[in-house]
Design a protein around this ligand. Sequence first.
Ligand SMILES: [Zn+2]
Length: 197
Amino acid sequence: MCCLSKYFFILSCISFIPFFIVACILINRHDSKVAGHPGEAKTYELVNRDYFWLKMRSFVKDFVRTCHQCLRNKPKHHAPYGLLKPLPIPDKPWDDITMDFVTGLPKCEGYGAILVIVDQLSKMSLYIPTKKTINAEGLARVFMDHVYSKHGLPKTIVTDRGSPFDSKWRREFNNLLGTKTWFSMAYHLGQMDRQNE
Ligand SMILES: [Zn+2]
């Protein structure tokens, strides 16, 4: 172990290394022409040959993942991303609707979320104050009061949730109506937020 390495080892024991020294080491072992921008494992191995400090692996990981040269020039090793599938154009208003919760809002009169329902043809929107913790029965009641009573039963509801919660509240909705109605739920992850913004 060289003197410098010992110095860093002692510093690591008191959990303090000046950030610029860490940055210099990482630049030297990753960015330099000799190093040639190796990946996380290789960079860690190169640094670990001479140095050690607490949470070194996560330092190396963050440094390599945010390296501009690597981000711009390294090839992607995953399959190409698929294209977004556009939603079909509905035949008449309120046949096809989207439903999404906007949560994390400051509380107002006990409500901290908004249920956003958008008709896909007319783009008419309903913004219903609700709670993040709304249960299946509560959602069925809200759907009955705000959608079914005014616009009838939609053919499809597009949501990005796709959880068992959807089938639960549909069951509750059927209980409220006292009959078996059916509308299909479709899941289009990622397209909901853009529309509901
Ligand atoms: Zn790099």
